[in-house]
Design a protein around this ligand. Sequence first.
Ligand SMILES: Cc1cc2nc3c(=O)[nH]c(=O)nc-3n(C[C@H](O)[C@H](O)[C@H](O)COP(=O)(O)O)c2cc1C
Length: 182
Amino acid sequence: VEVNSKVSSIIVYGTCYGTTKRYADELARRTGIKAVSYDQVQSLAEYDVIIHLGGLYAGGVWGLTHTVKLMQDEGKQKLIIGTVGLADPTNSENVENIRKSIRRQVPSGLYEQAQIFHLRGGIDYGKLNLKHRAMMSLLYAKVKRTPVEEQSDEVKAMIATYNQVVDFVDFASLDEIVAVIA
Ligand SMILES: Cc1cc2nc3c(=O)[nH]c(=O)nc-3n(C[C@H](O)[C@H](O)[C@H](O)COP(=O)(O)O)c2cc1C
């Protein structure tokens, strides 16, 4: 008889416009693990497994710094990271860029043992706040000056979708995360 052997897990999410929350709520529904916005989380001490889902903003994963700060140093807790971004995660160059930025946000010991997944989000330019609209407008102006043959796939996609509404959310991409939790 196993007593006290139950692994306790939590889904922490960081979202600005709700895309990541859609993934977090679906993952919660499929696993029975509760999903909480990172800014509602004061302590993670009681959890063995922390699943952080966060939107990508200029490389950084929304809320991840907060989650990492609340984790213990001893490496007893398991960290699973799911990024939600506009860039196509089947493109290896995009994935390399995302991982580089996660490495800047997560201490190396934790990074080495973390499991990382990439989900695709969406954007509705009409809903962006002033700061984000300005950031995207500056980025667009900059990348537009890049000769087409020098543009990465990520940049090409950004130019193609600028000022539009796009939604690449695909719940089937959660299967991989469900598989490592179960
Ligand atoms: C200012 C800004 C910066 C962004 N930077 C990135 C990025 O570096 N990489 C990426 O893949 N997507 C980027 N995106 C797209 C978001 O990650 C995407 O819209 C995501 O679905 C947002 O998730 P949320 O709705 O949960 O906040 C950016 C969006 C904005 C507005």
